[in-house]
Design a protein around this ligand. Sequence first.
Ligand SMILES: NC(=O)c1ccc[n+]([C@@H]2O[C@H](COP(=O)([O-])OP(=O)(O)OC[C@H]3O[C@@H](n4cnc5c(N)ncnc54)[C@H](O)[C@@H]3O)[C@@H](O)[C@H]2O)c1
Length: 249
Amino acid sequence: MARIGIVTGGGSGLGQSAAVRLAEEGVNIAVVDVNEEGGNETVDMVKKAGADAIFIKADVSNPSDVKQYVDKTVEHFGTIDYFFNNAGISGSGKYFLDTEIEEIEKIVGINLLGALYGVRYVSEVMLKNGGGAIVNTASSAGVIGQDSVVTYSATKHGIIGLTKSMVAEYAKDGLRVNAIAPGPTETPMVKAFYEANPKMKENAAGGIPQKRLGTPEEVAELVAFLLTSKAEYINGEVIRIDGGFTNTK
Ligand SMILES: NC(=O)c1ccc[n+]([C@@H]2O[C@H](COP(=O)([O-])OP(=O)(O)OC[C@H]3O[C@@H](n4cnc5c(N)ncnc54)[C@H](O)[C@@H]3O)[C@@H](O)[C@H]2O)c1
């Protein structure tokens, strides 16, 4: 029987690539995003790859939207086997003391609360149905400290705490929860961030031992591996995928 996956932030970047990669493994996908156009584009791509897909418009920072995307997925597909908990924003790149409170609340609301709500409602369904696998998107900034991204870094460190502690509570019941920590990867989010902060772009590739950014396809490969049964005994891990970047810090 086909497996069912939810991908948040599925309308662009890492989410879009992972949705397509999972579709190649025969996984049917609920694509969740605030961006309708991007989400529908991903649905078409998943269908071209040979799996079924629906788009669900939802803001992950709103708990009732989160409950709604979980309910709609179960209504349509019957269950949830895989969850790529990935929607996120980077913020303006300002130093912390120049950052408005509204921006801090927005980043925490989407990146951390959104991820917590997602795990809260999705794992409830998974545990009722005998288990499942979750991959949370952290970041290099969730593993090391970095300037210009203090709030973002705080949320991504939080994602790692969420990952490890869920395993402590629910691995015995059949839940696997891992996190990925990508370094700078060529997605629309990163392009926009570097356009606004050109100095950081100059430094980025140069500071990576492999001297290039990652690609969404490389990250999608890791996500598909971690979610599917190939990684059955990997639990509570944070896998860095960053060309050696955090290894040298
Ligand atoms: N690209 C990188 O270099 C990089 C590195 C490390 C971690 N990450 C993380 O990867 C994840 C995906 O980033 P990306 O680079 O693919 O970015 P992206 O901007 O290309 O895609 C993010 C998607 O999330 C959606 N989204 C934003 N806010 C939302 C909300 N409130 N509710 C629902 N959907 C929302 C956007 O509409 C977009 O489609 C993020 O969590 C990001 O922090 C990215």
